[in-house]
Write a protein that binds this ligand. Structure first.
Ligand code: ADP
Ligand code: MG
Length: 240
């Protein structure tokens, strides 16, 4: 089977113009992701794990390297060069991203927050809400909360709504950035079972997990990022 994602020599840094400084983020990262597998990104804090995901999702524009994505139609798109329009279309239909935090409109009920990706893809409201309820149930969100806006939910409840929203529409490539960081062990077990089921359906995943245990349980491939080397400028080096 051929890769759905091929990342080659990906590098990203940030330039702080006012301080004339460069912050390295990830450097020379290369790997491939196959359909129906989960690849885990590991490495110490600051190694650039989240930045790699954001470069793939094109939240960040990489400074070097290529991110080749094979679409459902069988075309290869270099995400570092794709137009905003192409990127938005891929996010709508093919590439999903679940972070630790839920970002949603303040007065919308949890079930509608979860149903939204399905509505965007053309499902009817009834069908979308039905699937959303199923996913909220699968992730242990109590039924009394389904019609309530998540603004007042606990951290763990918000994270479950966030996961439900990310998993409900079955993207072809799913990016996960510590999606289980504030879940109890019972819900974490449910998430593991759902991710295994999604994998069996052929979804490709690129994930960062807070707990090494989850990497051991879910990963088919482990990609280790080394912390980037901070290069000092000559003037800084000589004044220390
Ligand atoms: N938007 C940004 N602006 C400036 N620096 C950033 C930005 N995003 C990430 N960084 C820096 O890039 C480095 C890698 O961060 P990150 O990708 O979040 O690492 P990890 O997820 O492995 O902890 C860190 O030094 C971080 O401060
Ligand atoms: Mg991170």
């Amino acid at each position: 089977m051929s890769a759905i994602l091929t990342v080659e020599n990906l590098s990203k840094h940030f330039t702080l113009h006012d301080q004339n400084k460069t912050i390295p983020s990830c450097a020379n990262v290369s790997f491939t992701v196959e359909p129906g597998t989960l690849s885990a990104l590991i490495g110490p804090t600051g190694a650039g794990k989240s930045s790699v995901l954001k470069c793939v999702y094109r939240t960040y524009l990489p400074n070097a390297g290529s991110v080749l994505y094979r679409t459902d139609a069988g075309e290869t798109v270099n995400l570092t060069q794709a137009s905003e329009h192409e990127v938005l279309a891929l996010r709508k239909f093919e590439i999903g991203f679940v972070t630790q935090f839920l970002h949603c409109l303040p007065r919308r009920a949890a079930v509608d927050v979860v149903a939204e990706p399905l509505l965007v893809r053309g499902a009817t409201r009834a069908e979308a809400r039905d699937k959303a309820r199923g996913m909220l149930d699968a992730l242990n969100v109590p039924e009394r909360l389904w019609e309530v806006p998540p603004a007042t939910f606990s951290g763990g409840e918000k994270q479950r709504v966030n996961l439900a929203r990310g998993l409900v529409a079955r993207p072809r490539l799913l990016l996960l950035d510590e999606p289980t960081a504030s879940l109890d062990p019972r819900t974490t077990d449910k998430v593991v079972a759902i991710l295994q089921a999604i994998k069996a359906e052929g979804v490709a995943m690129l994930a960062i997990f807070h707990h090494p245990d989850l990497v051991a349980r879910l990963a088919d491939q482990v990609i280790e990022l080394a912390p980037p080397v901070v290069r000092q400028t000559l003037s800084e080096a000589t004044t220390q």
